[in-house]
Design a protein around this ligand. Structure first.
Ligand SMILES: [Zn+2]
Length: 77
């Protein structure tokens, strides 16, 4: 798994205040998510979102990765 890095605003753990910055991020798995069995961090089709943008990802979990991200890009331009 990649370290948290918001797909929309590019916020990382270092940009977040508080004791548990990881709580500020959500890893969203899209409909066509897959990974190599047993290979850590090999997943394709998932993306990090910060608390501010998590809803954009979560609302599109049922969509294929590319479609979802194209929509989010269009919605946040
Ligand atoms: Zn964000």
């Amino acid at each position: 798994m990649m370290p948290p890095w918001c797909f929309v605003c590019h916020k990382t753990l270092r940009d977040v205040e508080g004791d548990r910055p990881i709580d500020h991020f959500t890893y969203v798995y899209f409909a066509d998510y897959h990974s190599e069995p047993g290979v850590e961090g090999s997943g394709v089709g998932a993306e990090w979102f910060c608390a501010e943008h998590a809803a954009l990802g979560e609302a599109r979990e049922h969509m294929p990765y590319r479609t979802a991200l194209d929509e989010i890009r269009a919605a946040t331009k």
